[in-house]
Design a protein around this ligand. Structure first.
Ligand code: ADP
Length: 268
């Protein structure tokens, strides 16, 4: 990978005079080599200290994730998937190792820079939807577009997830699957480069889960958003471009699918 002149080999950010490191990069939409990864992860460890006890959540992870990929992180509970996702999303920092988002070192970033990174570049979808109960589907989705630089039309986002008929419904008037699709619409409304999903179907039955996965598929296909989905359900592996298997805080192996299976054809 060709690194820009703004970076030293050690991964420390060196910015042109008077320009904060965080801004000293190519403008959005600037041409990049198609092989440049969005995330470049090397030697990442994470140790949680709980009093006397140390939990080694990540034990040395190397990983590159590329533009437009649909990646499934698969592994048993406790294998470190969420810890890695949180680090990629700038919600947590590793104990050691390096993480780059494009030209930015997330490991060298300040709290403030990480906040800005999350706000501008990352959409999150969690198992629970975290919608605001007093706002409609449209208002929940529109909320983030007010602070985004180049947002999508909120109605368009709800159409993308198949909820164009539910714009004025409140969360309590919608099923779990519909609420999760609002959460997806909300996550993509700011037009993030990356969509990080932690067990997005974990609270749903199979039929509803499939509709949610179809929504993620459509976002990935139509917006070209790098989509990373955590699951412990091996069935979902077939819908990915690439499946990364986690075990005991490490990447155990990975597998590339020649062809992606549409979510509605997964064999549950
Ligand atoms: P997964 O997503 O694969 O289920 P996690 O990344 O959530 O795995 O957890 C990996 C390990 O790190 C587990 O042993 C978990 O208990 C531990 N862990 C995760 N988050 C914390 C935390 N905030 N404090 C202490 N231990 C944690």
């Amino acid at each position: 990978m060709v690194r820009p002149a703004t970076l030293k080999c050690g991964g420390k950010m060196v910015s042109p005079k008077n320009v904060p490191a965080w801004q000293a990069t190519q403008p959005r939409g600037a041409k990049r080599a198609p092989t440049d990864p969005v995330f470049h992860v090397r030697g990442v460890t994470k140790v949680y200290r709980m009093g006397e006890v140390e939990v080694h959540a990540l034990r040395g992870v190397d990983l590159d994730l590329y533009p437009g990929e649909f990646v499934v992180l698969l592994g048993p509970s406790g294998s470190g998937k969420s810890t890695l996702l949180n680090i990629l999303g700038g919600l947590d920092v590793p104990t050691s190792g390096e993480v780059f988002y494009l030209d930015h070192s997330l490991t060298a970033a300040s709290e403030r820079e990480l906040t800005r990174y999350r706000r501008e570049h990352v959409g999150f979808v969690f198992q629970f939807y975290n919608l605001i109960p007093s706002l409609t589907a449209l208002e929940n989705t529109a909320l983030v577009t007010e602070i985004a630089e180049n947002p999508l039309n909120p109605e368009e986002c709800l159409r993308l997830v198949g909820l164009e008929q539910r714009l004025n419904h409140f969360p309590s008037q919608l099923s779990g699957g519909e609420q999760q699709r609002i959460a997806i619409a909300r996550a993509v409304a700011k037009r993030p480069e990356v969509l990080l999903c932690d067990e997005p179907t974990g609270a749903l039955d199979v039929k509803t889960g499939v509709v949610v996965l179809e929504a993620l598929e459509r976002v990935n296909r139509e917006l070209g958003t790098l989509t990373v989905v955590i699951t412990h359900n091996a069935v979902m592996a077939s819908m990915a471009d690439r499946v990364i298997y986690f075990s005991d805080g490490r990447v155990h192996h990975e597998h590339r699918n020649e062809q992606r299976l549409p979510a509605n054809q997964l064999n549950w």
